[in-house]
Write a protein that binds this ligand. Structure first.
Ligand code: K7E
Ligand code: CUA
Ligand code: CA
Length: 646
């Protein structure tokens, strides 16, 4: 056990650590039972950085066979989308243990997300104070980069349902910002850039690119509904820091998933509906669709030069990225590389050389060479299709591709229920005419129908080639049946050898799509909040109590285990009551909950954190508030009364 009670892998016997933890809790408990002595809680100082002490697996390879013994820590964080649960999850890899569920586009009574004033402000409210949205559909989580690898600062996730993008800050692993993207529907793929295409000194993420799948009338007016010529899709660029929408690009076809180059120059999005079809038969009619490349530097210049339009009420500058307007490579903003019909995911190799676009309806993967696309933009390559350097047949229903650090790609095959390992250089040799080249290296059955698959650190230049996680869409017979709706299967595969080896299954609540597997030293979390960060913190006992201004009542509360101060307050029926609660406990993990009987209010406050809620009591009477989060031997006794006068 380290100084700050954090377990480390050096802790040989879990038992020792456990006893120490219980001891320190008992001390806190006794101190707390002394009733509200603040000094008793400052025993343990805030511990800002939580990077586990032991070396990550990339150095020790400690868990290469996927075994994490009791008391041991995982080597990676896996940040996963939660689909139409609206949340983001964190799993440990290789164990598959669930570490956290981060509420984002959903409502979460445990933490109070969508219930506290602070979270409502992030989600957005209507004039009457109610939430603007309560649902979301997350597909893709990606992290901010510095020097071609994760810097742990931010993570972004899309909401396909209400066309929003959320940011999660890496230190608390909580959502801190949500924006709406104008002029689009079916917002699907996202990817942060990895460096600036113009300013060489900016070697970190400053933009996030967002694709949109569904064609909508531009502008979206009922009178345009039958006029398909007005329909279109846009690529959106969002500023990583301010989260403002910087610009949009009008394109032909639609935008599905996204990848960005390591030099910052290009964003690539696969397009399955070049036909601009409204029904699936139309969307499948063309033999070829496209992988569309966006020249970021030129787009930024066009925006600066004012070669833009706006759409409807939106003030976002929109540049023209359609084929017709970009036929001259030397000035083109976009390059449409033809690929077999209805492709899905696009991923870039860790060395930054190739994009792999999966075939979906075609049993192929298309390999597009990055510097050849740049050559096309310089007028040195005749046709965009000439940037394709391989198109191996790999199996049925290829969707997504992960990479190791040895030149191999791992593609999920939805229809075959397999993951196929194939070698990129061999595929290129085969495409050039070397029919002896053995492109496919190995295949492994997964259970069943995989969607996304991704490797440890595989979206960075630090890809380590140790693990591949297969996110399967159907679990069928893999787990105890729990009624008509089955749990999803996540399968961890050891890719460190020539042959892929299935290590284990773990469950996931429906329904994850994409995830990233981030080495644990990349994420440095804070364990304690900073009281000063909240402008409304109740900083001392003298500040606690009730303040009335007309029918607006502010109740300032403090929590110190095992008591709320004050433990009684009085308001009137119909008052607009705001409760502000500051948790004065400083011990790591010592959260208190605040549940208020009959008022639909429930949230937690972490050590040194402040949160607030506003509501109108509708009935007179006595209503207990109690601690919902087990905190202390006297947790059940931690409560107080709200008296509502009629
Ligand atoms: Cu293939 Cu939304 Cu990334 Cu699902 S998407 S799997
Ligand atoms: Cu405070 Cu339970
Ligand atoms: Ca198509």
């Amino acid at each position: 056990m380290s100084e700050d009670n954090r377990p480390t892998d050096d802790e040989s016997t879990p038992e020792t650590g456990r006893r120490k933890f219980l001891n320190s809790t008992a001390v806190v408990g006794l101190a707390g039972a002394g009733l509200g002595l603040l000094s008793a809680c400052s025993k343990s100082e805030p511990t800002p950085a939580a990077a586990p002490q032991a070396k990550p697996a990339a150095e020790t390879n400690a868990h290469a066979k996927g075994e994490v013994k009791p008391g041991q820590l995982d080597d990676y964080y896996m940040l996963s989308s939660g689909g139409h649960s609206g949340e983001v999850r964190i799993y440990g890899v290789p164990s598959g243990r669930t570490l956290k569920r981060i509420p984002v586009f959903n409502i979460d009574p445990m933490s109070g997300w969508g219930i506290t004033n602070e979270s409502k402000k992030i989600i957005g409210t209507r004039p009457d104070g109610s939430l603007k949205y309560r649902t979301g559909d997350t597909h893709h989580v990606h992290g901010s980069y510095a020097d071609g690898t994760y810097d742990g600062k931010y993570f972004w996730v899309n909401d396909k349902l209400n066309n929003r993008m959320a940011r999660i800050r890496g230190d608390y692993l909580e959502c801190d910002k949500i924006i709406e993207i104008p002029n689009v529907q079916g917002f699907h793929g996202i990817f942060p850039d990895k460096r600036d295409p113009v300013d060489a000194s900016i070697n970190h993420t400053t933009r996030v690119f967002c694709g949109a799948e569904f064609h909508v009338p531009l502008p979206n007016k009922t009178s345009n509904a039958k006029d398909f010529a007005t329909y279109g899709c846009l690529l959106t660029c969002v500023d990583a820091e301010s989260m403002a929408v910087r610009w949009q690009v009008r394109i032909d076809g639609n935008m599905d998933l996204c990848a960005t180059s390591y030099d910052g120059k290009l964003a690539a999005l696969n397009c399955y509906n070049t036909e601009n079809g409204q029904v699936y038969t139309d969307m499948m009619s063309a033999e070829r669709d496209a992988c569309v490349f966006f020249n970021v530097e030129r787009i930024e210049a066009a925006v600066k030069a004012g070669k833009t339009k706006t759409i409807g009420d939106s003030k976002v500058p929109v540049v023209d990225g359609t084929k017709a307007a970009n036929s001259d490579p030397k000035t083109a903003l976009t390059c449409y590389v033809p690929v077999p019909k209805n492709p899905h995911g696009v991923n870039i190799t860790p060395d930054g050389k190739y994009y792999v676009c999966a075939g979906k309806l075609s049993p192929t993967a298309t390999v597009i060479q990055h510097d050849l696309v740049l050559k096309w933009f310089n007028g040195e390559l005749k046709e965009p299709r000439d940037a394709v350097v391989a198109e191996p047949e790999i199996g049925l229903g290829p969707l997504h591709t992960g990479f190791d650090n040895r030149g191999n790609a791992y593609t999920s095959l939805f229809l075959d229920s397999q993951v196929v390992k194939w070698n990129i250089e061999k595929a290129i040799a085969h495409f050039k005419g070397d029919k002896q080249a053995q492109v496919v290296v190995d295949r492994i059955d997964v259970h069943y129908q995989p969607g996304h698959g991704y490797t440890s650190m595989g979206e960075t230049k630090e890809a380590d080639g140790l693990y591949f996680n297969s996110g399967n869409k159907f679990s069928k017979d893999r787990f105890l049946p729990v009624g008509p709706l089955h749990v999803e299967t996540e399968q961890l595969i050891d890719i460190s050898g020539d042959k892929m080896v299935l290590l284990h299954d773990h469950t996931a609540h429906p329904e994850p799509h994409d995830a990233i597997i981030v080495r644990r030293d990349k994420i440095k979390t804070k364990q304690i909040y900073t009281m000063e960060d909240s402008p409304i913190a109740v900083k001392a006992f003298e500040e606690a109590g009730v303040e009335r201004k007309g029918n607006k009542v502010t109740v300032r509360l403090m929590s110190v285990a095992p008591a709320f101060t004050p433990n009684e307050f009085t308001v009137k029926k119909g008052d607009e009551v705001t409760i502000i609660l500051t948790n004065h406990d400083k011990v790591e993990d010592l959260h208190h909950g605040f549940g208020l009987e009959g008022q639909d209010i429930c949230f937690i406050v972490g050590p040194q954190e402040t949160r607030s809620v506003t509501f109108k009591p509708e009935r007179a009477g006595v209503f207990w508030y109690y601690c919902t989060h087990f905190c202390h031997a006297l947790h059940l006794e931690m409560r107080g009364r709200m008296i509502v006068e009629g």
